[in-house]
Design a protein around this ligand. Structure first.
Ligand SMILES: [Zn+2]
Length: 378
Protein backbone atom coordinates (compact mmCIF):
# COMPACT_ATOMS: atom_id res chain seq x y z
CA UNK A 1 0.00 0.00 0.00
CA UNK A 2 1.12 3.51 -0.79
CA UNK A 3 -0.36 6.74 0.58
CA UNK A 4 0.28 10.01 -1.23
CA UNK A 5 -0.95 13.36 0.00
CA UNK A 6 -2.20 15.30 -3.02
CA UNK A 7 -3.41 18.48 -1.34
CA UNK A 8 -3.33 19.94 2.15
CA UNK A 9 -5.85 22.51 3.33
CA UNK A 10 -4.56 25.91 4.40
CA UNK A 11 -7.48 26.52 6.77
CA UNK A 12 -7.66 23.17 8.60
CA UNK A 13 -5.75 19.89 8.91
CA UNK A 14 -7.85 18.35 6.12
CA UNK A 15 -6.04 16.69 3.26
CA UNK A 16 -6.77 14.90 0.01
CA UNK A 17 -4.80 11.71 -0.49
CA UNK A 18 -4.57 8.64 -2.65
CA UNK A 19 -4.21 5.11 -1.28
CA UNK A 20 -2.78 2.64 -3.80
CA UNK A 21 -3.31 -1.06 -3.13
CA UNK A 22 -2.73 -4.27 -5.15
CA UNK A 23 -6.45 -4.08 -6.05
CA UNK A 24 -6.52 -0.47 -7.18
CA UNK A 25 -6.40 3.09 -5.89
CA UNK A 26 -8.88 5.29 -4.06
CA UNK A 27 -9.02 8.90 -3.03
CA UNK A 28 -9.27 10.08 0.58
CA UNK A 29 -11.06 11.34 2.60
CA UNK A 30 -13.05 8.19 1.85
CA UNK A 31 -16.06 6.49 3.35
CA UNK A 32 -16.07 2.70 3.11
CA UNK A 33 -19.45 0.99 2.95
CA UNK A 34 -19.57 -1.91 5.37
CA UNK A 35 -19.97 -5.41 3.95
CA UNK A 36 -20.24 -7.15 7.33
CA UNK A 37 -21.02 -10.59 5.94
CA UNK A 38 -19.29 -9.94 2.61
CA UNK A 39 -22.35 -8.09 1.27
CA UNK A 40 -23.41 -4.44 1.34
CA UNK A 41 -26.94 -5.16 2.54
CA UNK A 42 -29.25 -5.73 -0.45
CA UNK A 43 -26.97 -4.17 -3.10
CA UNK A 44 -24.73 -5.94 -5.58
CA UNK A 45 -21.16 -4.77 -6.10
CA UNK A 46 -21.92 -3.34 -9.55
CA UNK A 47 -24.31 -0.98 -7.78
CA UNK A 48 -21.79 -0.21 -5.03
CA UNK A 49 -19.30 0.76 -7.74
CA UNK A 50 -21.91 2.78 -9.68
CA UNK A 51 -22.74 4.71 -6.51
CA UNK A 52 -19.12 5.83 -6.55
CA UNK A 53 -17.39 3.74 -3.91
CA UNK A 54 -13.90 2.50 -4.67
CA UNK A 55 -13.19 0.52 -1.49
CA UNK A 56 -15.23 -1.46 1.05
CA UNK A 57 -14.78 -2.75 4.60
CA UNK A 58 -15.59 -6.33 5.60
CA UNK A 59 -15.84 -7.85 9.04
CA UNK A 60 -13.28 -10.45 10.11
CA UNK A 61 -15.28 -11.75 13.06
CA UNK A 62 -18.47 -12.46 11.11
CA UNK A 63 -16.67 -14.00 8.12
CA UNK A 64 -14.63 -16.18 10.46
CA UNK A 65 -17.85 -17.68 11.83
CA UNK A 66 -19.60 -17.91 8.50
CA UNK A 67 -18.58 -19.12 5.95
CA UNK A 68 -15.12 -19.39 7.60
CA UNK A 69 -11.80 -18.08 6.25
CA UNK A 70 -10.76 -21.54 4.98
CA UNK A 71 -13.61 -21.58 2.44
CA UNK A 72 -12.87 -18.00 1.39
CA UNK A 73 -9.18 -18.88 0.96
CA UNK A 74 -10.12 -21.82 -1.28
CA UNK A 75 -11.80 -19.30 -3.59
CA UNK A 76 -8.59 -17.25 -3.78
CA UNK A 77 -9.56 -14.77 -1.07
CA UNK A 78 -12.35 -12.38 -0.30
CA UNK A 79 -12.08 -10.29 -3.51
CA UNK A 80 -12.81 -13.37 -5.63
CA UNK A 81 -15.29 -14.96 -3.23
CA UNK A 82 -17.58 -11.93 -3.17
CA UNK A 83 -16.83 -10.62 -6.67
CA UNK A 84 -15.48 -7.21 -5.65
CA UNK A 85 -12.20 -6.61 -7.49
CA UNK A 86 -11.38 -3.31 -5.73
CA UNK A 87 -9.61 -2.50 -2.46
CA UNK A 88 -10.91 -4.16 0.71
CA UNK A 89 -10.20 -3.37 4.36
CA UNK A 90 -10.96 -5.90 7.08
CA UNK A 91 -11.32 -4.94 10.73
CA UNK A 92 -9.63 -7.11 13.35
CA UNK A 93 -12.60 -8.57 15.19
CA UNK A 94 -11.63 -6.49 18.22
CA UNK A 95 -14.78 -4.40 18.09
CA UNK A 96 -16.79 -7.57 18.75
CA UNK A 97 -14.93 -8.04 22.02
CA UNK A 98 -16.69 -4.82 22.89
CA UNK A 99 -20.04 -5.37 21.21
CA UNK A 100 -20.46 -8.94 22.45
CA UNK A 101 -19.08 -8.19 25.88
CA UNK A 102 -19.40 -4.81 27.52
CA UNK A 103 -21.49 -3.27 24.78
CA UNK A 104 -24.15 -5.89 25.18
CA UNK A 105 -23.79 -5.89 28.93
CA UNK A 106 -24.45 -2.20 29.26
CA UNK A 107 -26.49 -1.52 26.15
CA UNK A 108 -24.37 1.38 24.90
CA UNK A 109 -22.69 2.33 21.64
CA UNK A 110 -19.32 3.87 20.79
CA UNK A 111 -20.49 7.25 21.95
CA UNK A 112 -22.52 7.01 25.11
CA UNK A 113 -26.19 7.74 24.55
CA UNK A 114 -27.33 7.13 28.10
CA UNK A 115 -25.47 9.56 30.30
CA UNK A 116 -24.21 8.27 33.64
CA UNK A 117 -26.63 9.23 36.34
CA UNK A 118 -29.54 7.77 34.45
CA UNK A 119 -30.32 4.26 35.50
CA UNK A 120 -28.68 1.99 33.02
CA UNK A 121 -28.81 -1.13 35.15
CA UNK A 122 -32.08 -2.21 33.57
CA UNK A 123 -30.30 -2.56 30.24
CA UNK A 124 -27.76 -5.00 31.59
CA UNK A 125 -27.53 -8.16 29.55
CA UNK A 126 -25.11 -10.98 29.99
CA UNK A 127 -21.38 -10.52 29.61
CA UNK A 128 -20.37 -13.17 27.11
CA UNK A 129 -16.62 -12.90 27.31
CA UNK A 130 -13.44 -13.33 29.30
CA UNK A 131 -10.39 -11.24 28.44
CA UNK A 132 -6.78 -11.94 29.42
CA UNK A 133 -3.57 -10.49 28.00
CA UNK A 134 -3.18 -13.67 25.92
CA UNK A 135 -6.68 -14.27 24.59
CA UNK A 136 -10.36 -13.47 24.52
CA UNK A 137 -12.87 -16.23 25.20
CA UNK A 138 -16.44 -15.69 24.15
CA UNK A 139 -19.52 -17.48 22.94
CA UNK A 140 -20.36 -17.81 19.26
CA UNK A 141 -23.24 -15.53 18.29
CA UNK A 142 -24.45 -18.37 16.04
CA UNK A 143 -24.68 -21.34 18.38
CA UNK A 144 -23.30 -20.32 21.78
CA UNK A 145 -20.22 -22.56 21.51
CA UNK A 146 -17.03 -21.30 23.21
CA UNK A 147 -14.30 -19.77 21.08
CA UNK A 148 -11.00 -18.04 21.64
CA UNK A 149 -9.59 -15.12 19.74
CA UNK A 150 -5.96 -14.02 19.96
CA UNK A 151 -4.00 -11.29 18.15
CA UNK A 152 -2.18 -14.05 16.24
CA UNK A 153 -5.47 -15.65 15.21
CA UNK A 154 -6.92 -12.33 14.06
CA UNK A 155 -3.92 -11.76 11.75
CA UNK A 156 -4.01 -15.33 10.41
CA UNK A 157 -7.72 -15.04 9.61
CA UNK A 158 -7.15 -11.67 7.93
CA UNK A 159 -4.27 -13.15 5.89
CA UNK A 160 -6.59 -15.92 4.71
CA UNK A 161 -9.31 -13.40 3.84
CA UNK A 162 -6.67 -11.44 1.90
CA UNK A 163 -7.90 -7.83 2.23
CA UNK A 164 -5.55 -5.06 1.08
CA UNK A 165 -5.55 -3.33 4.46
CA UNK A 166 -5.92 -5.25 7.73
CA UNK A 167 -6.14 -4.12 11.35
CA UNK A 168 -4.30 -5.09 14.53
CA UNK A 169 -6.42 -6.80 17.16
CA UNK A 170 -7.54 -4.43 19.91
CA UNK A 171 -9.83 -4.25 22.87
CA UNK A 172 -12.53 -1.65 22.39
CA UNK A 173 -13.65 -0.45 25.83
CA UNK A 174 -17.12 0.74 26.81
CA UNK A 175 -17.77 4.46 27.37
CA UNK A 176 -18.70 3.38 30.90
CA UNK A 177 -15.31 1.78 31.64
CA UNK A 178 -13.37 3.58 34.36
CA UNK A 179 -9.82 4.86 33.96
CA UNK A 180 -8.28 1.84 35.69
CA UNK A 181 -9.98 -0.64 33.40
CA UNK A 182 -9.41 1.49 30.28
CA UNK A 183 -5.68 1.61 31.10
CA UNK A 184 -5.51 -2.19 31.46
CA UNK A 185 -7.34 -2.63 28.17
CA UNK A 186 -5.03 -0.11 26.47
CA UNK A 187 -1.97 -1.96 27.74
CA UNK A 188 -3.39 -5.20 26.36
CA UNK A 189 -4.02 -3.47 23.03
CA UNK A 190 -0.38 -2.29 22.97
CA UNK A 191 0.91 -5.78 23.69
CA UNK A 192 -1.39 -7.20 21.03
CA UNK A 193 -0.22 -4.55 18.50
CA UNK A 194 3.35 -5.85 18.79
CA UNK A 195 2.16 -9.45 18.52
CA UNK A 196 0.19 -8.60 15.35
CA UNK A 197 3.23 -6.98 13.72
CA UNK A 198 5.31 -10.04 14.60
CA UNK A 199 2.69 -12.50 13.29
CA UNK A 200 2.00 -10.83 9.95
CA UNK A 201 3.66 -12.68 7.05
CA UNK A 202 2.01 -11.41 3.86
CA UNK A 203 3.88 -8.56 2.19
CA UNK A 204 0.98 -7.51 -0.04
CA UNK A 205 -1.22 -6.46 2.88
CA UNK A 206 -0.90 -3.22 4.83
CA UNK A 207 -1.37 -3.40 8.61
CA UNK A 208 -2.95 -0.57 10.59
CA UNK A 209 -2.52 -0.17 14.35
CA UNK A 210 -5.36 0.96 16.62
CA UNK A 211 -5.17 3.68 19.25
CA UNK A 212 -7.20 3.12 22.41
CA UNK A 213 -7.41 4.95 25.73
CA UNK A 214 -11.13 5.72 25.92
CA UNK A 215 -12.08 9.23 26.98
CA UNK A 216 -8.96 9.79 29.10
CA UNK A 217 -6.50 12.41 27.85
CA UNK A 218 -3.37 10.87 29.41
CA UNK A 219 -4.26 7.40 28.09
CA UNK A 220 -5.13 8.61 24.58
CA UNK A 221 -1.80 10.47 24.38
CA UNK A 222 0.11 7.48 25.70
CA UNK A 223 -1.62 5.16 23.26
CA UNK A 224 -1.09 7.49 20.27
CA UNK A 225 2.62 7.86 21.07
CA UNK A 226 3.12 4.14 21.56
CA UNK A 227 1.15 2.91 18.53
CA UNK A 228 2.70 5.64 16.32
CA UNK A 229 6.18 4.43 17.34
CA UNK A 230 5.50 0.98 15.83
CA UNK A 231 6.02 0.27 12.11
CA UNK A 232 2.34 0.29 11.11
CA UNK A 233 1.26 1.42 7.62
CA UNK A 234 -1.62 3.49 8.99
CA UNK A 235 -3.64 4.08 12.13
CA UNK A 236 -7.14 3.56 13.39
CA UNK A 237 -8.67 5.54 16.21
CA UNK A 238 -10.87 3.10 18.04
CA UNK A 239 -12.60 2.47 21.28
CA UNK A 240 -14.99 4.60 23.24
CA UNK A 241 -15.09 8.10 21.85
CA UNK A 242 -16.51 9.59 25.04
CA UNK A 243 -19.88 10.68 26.27
CA UNK A 244 -20.65 13.33 23.66
CA UNK A 245 -19.54 14.57 20.27
CA UNK A 246 -17.49 17.25 22.04
CA UNK A 247 -15.56 14.45 23.78
CA UNK A 248 -15.01 12.79 20.42
CA UNK A 249 -13.31 15.88 19.00
CA UNK A 250 -11.24 16.31 22.17
CA UNK A 251 -10.04 12.76 21.63
CA UNK A 252 -9.04 13.60 18.03
CA UNK A 253 -7.21 16.67 19.34
CA UNK A 254 -5.24 14.63 21.88
CA UNK A 255 -4.42 11.82 19.45
CA UNK A 256 -3.77 13.12 15.95
CA UNK A 257 -0.75 15.37 16.71
CA UNK A 258 1.23 12.24 17.62
CA UNK A 259 0.53 10.39 14.39
CA UNK A 260 2.91 10.67 11.43
CA UNK A 261 1.52 13.09 8.84
CA UNK A 262 2.41 10.78 5.95
CA UNK A 263 0.33 7.80 7.05
CA UNK A 264 -3.47 7.45 6.71
CA UNK A 265 -5.80 7.75 9.73
CA UNK A 266 -9.09 5.87 10.05
CA UNK A 267 -11.79 6.91 12.52
CA UNK A 268 -13.47 3.58 13.17
CA UNK A 269 -17.25 3.27 13.07
CA UNK A 270 -18.19 6.96 12.68
CA UNK A 271 -20.39 8.00 9.77
CA UNK A 272 -22.87 10.85 10.33
CA UNK A 273 -22.32 13.57 7.74
CA UNK A 274 -21.63 16.28 10.30
CA UNK A 275 -19.15 14.08 12.22
CA UNK A 276 -17.35 13.13 9.02
CA UNK A 277 -16.99 16.77 8.02
CA UNK A 278 -15.66 17.85 11.42
CA UNK A 279 -13.29 14.88 11.66
CA UNK A 280 -11.86 15.62 8.21
CA UNK A 281 -10.88 19.05 9.55
CA UNK A 282 -8.80 17.29 12.21
CA UNK A 283 -6.98 15.25 9.55
CA UNK A 284 -8.98 12.01 9.38
CA UNK A 285 -8.72 10.21 6.01
CA UNK A 286 -10.91 7.11 6.34
CA UNK A 287 -14.37 6.35 7.67
CA UNK A 288 -16.62 3.31 7.83
CA UNK A 289 -20.03 3.00 9.38
CA UNK A 290 -23.17 0.88 9.28
CA UNK A 291 -25.50 3.90 9.75
CA UNK A 292 -26.46 4.46 6.08
CA UNK A 293 -27.43 0.81 5.58
CA UNK A 294 -28.92 0.32 9.05
CA UNK A 295 -31.09 3.44 8.76
CA UNK A 296 -32.19 2.21 5.33
CA UNK A 297 -33.57 -1.00 6.80
CA UNK A 298 -35.72 1.10 9.11
CA UNK A 299 -37.10 3.25 6.30
CA UNK A 300 -34.93 6.28 7.05
CA UNK A 301 -33.63 8.23 4.05
CA UNK A 302 -30.62 10.48 4.74
CA UNK A 303 -29.36 13.73 3.31
CA UNK A 304 -26.81 16.22 4.58
CA UNK A 305 -29.59 18.45 5.92
CA UNK A 306 -32.40 16.12 6.98
CA UNK A 307 -33.64 12.61 7.65
CA UNK A 308 -36.94 11.33 6.29
CA UNK A 309 -38.68 8.41 7.98
CA UNK A 310 -40.75 7.16 5.09
CA UNK A 311 -43.00 5.07 7.37
CA UNK A 312 -44.62 8.26 8.64
CA UNK A 313 -48.25 8.29 7.46
CA UNK A 314 -47.92 11.88 6.24
CA UNK A 315 -46.14 10.47 3.16
CA UNK A 316 -49.08 8.28 2.11
CA UNK A 317 -50.20 10.63 -0.65
CA UNK A 318 -46.95 12.57 -1.11
CA UNK A 319 -46.14 12.86 -4.83
CA UNK A 320 -42.73 14.46 -4.28
CA UNK A 321 -39.46 12.53 -4.62
CA UNK A 322 -37.58 11.73 -1.39
CA UNK A 323 -35.02 14.46 -2.09
CA UNK A 324 -35.52 16.47 -5.26
CA UNK A 325 -31.82 17.42 -5.48
CA UNK A 326 -30.62 13.82 -5.30
CA UNK A 327 -29.61 12.31 -8.64
CA UNK A 328 -30.01 8.69 -7.55
CA UNK A 329 -32.34 6.41 -9.51
CA UNK A 330 -34.89 6.19 -6.70
CA UNK A 331 -35.14 9.94 -6.06
CA UNK A 332 -35.43 10.44 -9.80
CA UNK A 333 -38.13 7.83 -10.35
CA UNK A 334 -40.06 7.04 -7.15
CA UNK A 335 -42.53 9.15 -5.16
CA UNK A 336 -42.53 9.29 -1.35
CA UNK A 337 -45.97 7.69 -1.47
CA UNK A 338 -44.69 4.69 -3.45
CA UNK A 339 -41.70 4.24 -1.09
CA UNK A 340 -44.04 4.58 1.91
CA UNK A 341 -46.20 1.85 0.39
CA UNK A 342 -43.17 -0.42 -0.26
CA UNK A 343 -42.06 -0.14 3.36
CA UNK A 344 -45.59 -0.67 4.69
CA UNK A 345 -45.99 -3.73 2.49
CA UNK A 346 -42.51 -4.92 3.58
CA UNK A 347 -41.41 -5.19 -0.03
CA UNK A 348 -37.67 -5.82 -0.48
CA UNK A 349 -37.48 -3.03 -3.06
CA UNK A 350 -38.12 -0.46 -0.33
CA UNK A 351 -35.01 -1.52 1.57
CA UNK A 352 -33.00 -1.64 -1.63
CA UNK A 353 -34.14 1.88 -2.54
CA UNK A 354 -33.26 3.28 0.89
CA UNK A 355 -29.89 1.51 0.99
CA UNK A 356 -29.00 2.70 -2.51
CA UNK A 357 -30.10 6.27 -1.77
CA UNK A 358 -28.33 6.50 1.62
CA UNK A 359 -25.06 5.23 0.20
CA UNK A 360 -25.45 7.45 -2.88
CA UNK A 361 -25.95 10.47 -0.61
CA UNK A 362 -22.88 9.46 1.43
CA UNK A 363 -20.78 9.04 -1.71
CA UNK A 364 -21.89 12.48 -3.03
CA UNK A 365 -21.08 13.98 0.35
CA UNK A 366 -17.53 12.55 0.28
CA UNK A 367 -17.01 13.90 -3.25
CA UNK A 368 -18.15 17.29 -1.99
CA UNK A 369 -15.74 17.08 0.95
CA UNK A 370 -12.81 16.41 -1.41
CA UNK A 371 -13.92 19.24 -3.69
CA UNK A 372 -14.22 21.61 -0.72
CA UNK A 373 -10.66 20.78 0.38
CA UNK A 374 -9.40 21.18 -3.20
CA UNK A 375 -11.06 24.57 -3.58
CA UNK A 376 -9.99 25.87 -0.17
CA UNK A 377 -13.36 25.78 1.63
CA UNK A 378 -12.61 23.05 4.16
ZN1 LIG B 1 -31.58 9.65 -3.79
Amino acid sequence: MRFEILKESKISKARIGRISTPHGDFLTPAFLPVATQGSVKSLNFKEVKEIGFEAILANTFHLHFRPGEKIIKEFGGLHKFIGWPGPIITDSGGFQVFSLGFGLEQGVGKILKTFPGKDISKKRGKNLIKITSREVIYKSPLDGSLHRFTPEKSIKIQEDLGADIIFAFDECTSPLADQKYTKEAMERTHLWAEKCLKTKKRKDQALFGIIQGGEFKNLRKESAKFIASLPFDGFGIGGSLGKSKKDMFSILNWTLPYLPIKKPRHLLGIGYFEDIKNSIKYGIDLFDCVFPTRFARHGVFLSEKEKINILNSKYRRDKKPIFKDCQCYYCQNFSRAYLHHLFKAKEILGIRAATFHNLFATSCFMQKMRKDIKEGRL
